[in-house]
Design a protein around this ligand. Structure first.
Ligand code: RTP
Length: 155
C-alpha cells in the first residue's frame, strides 16, 4: 500500500558528544537538509544521567549500558527534531549501521566514524519512538529552560 510509505513523520536525531567535540554538527545537519528533510527543533545541551538512562531504557540490561550512559553524558549533545516523508527509516539509512566499520561509505557513520562506542549520531528506530523521544526531550527542555514555547519548538 503505497500511501502508507508517503506519510509525513518526525524523528529525533542527536549528535552525540564525540560528534560535537569533533566539529561535525554542521556536516550532519547539512546531510539531512540536502536530503530534503525539515529541521523543526534544535538545542545544544548537556544530557543529564537520568534522561540518558530513560532515552536508552531498552538497552538497560546490556553489558555496555554503563559505558553508553558515560559516553552520552560526557559532553554536550545537539538534539534535533526532523520532519518529512518517511524520515524515520530514511534518516537511519543516512546515518548507517550501528558499528561504523559495517556502515556503507556515503553514510554518516561510514564516512566519519570507526567505533560503535563513538558512532557520532543517534536516530529514532520507529515513528512511535520518534514521537516519544521528541516528547521526552521537549518536556525536559520546556520544564527546565523554556516557558511558553509549544511542543517541538524547543530551540
Ligand atoms: P542509536 O540508538 O544511538 O541510534 O544506535 P543504534 O540504534 O544504531 O544502536 P542500538 O543497538 O540502539 O545501540 C545504541 C547505542 O549503544 C552503543 N552501543 N555500544 N557493543 C557495544 O559496545 C555497543 N553496542 C551499542 C552505540 O553508541 C549505539 O549507537
Amino acid at each position: 500500500f503505497v500511501a502508507a510509505m508517503e506519510e509525513v513523520e518526525e524523528t529525533y536525531i542527536m549528535v552525540k558528544p564525540d560528534g560535537v567535540q569533533r566539529g561535525l554538527v554542521g556536516e550532519i545537519i547539512s546531510r539531512f537538509e540536502k536530503k530534503g528533510f525539515k529541521l523543526t527543533g534544535l538545542k545544544l545541551f548537556q544530557c543529564p544521567k537520568d534522561l540518558a538512562e530513560e532515552h536508552y531504557k531498552d538497552l538497560k540490561g546490556k553489558s555496555f549500558f554503563p559505558k553508553l550512559i558515560d559516553y552520552i553524558t560526557s559532553g554536550p549533545v545537539v538534539c534535533m527534531a526532523w520532519e518529512g516523508i518517511g524520515v524515520v527509516a530514511s534518516a537511519r539509512k543516512v546515518i548507517g549501521a550501528t558499528n561504523p566499520l559495517n556502515a556503507e561509505p556515503g553514510t554518516i557513520r561510514g564516512d566519519l566514524a570507526v567505533q560503535t562506542g563513538r558512532n557520532v549520531v543517534h536516530g529514532s528506530d520507529s515513528p512511535e519512538n520518534g514521537k516519544r523521544e521528541i516528547g521526552k526531550i521537549s518536556a525536559f527542555l520546556f520544564s527546565f529552560l523554556f516557558s511558553g514555547i509549544g511542543y517541538k519548538n524547543f530551540c
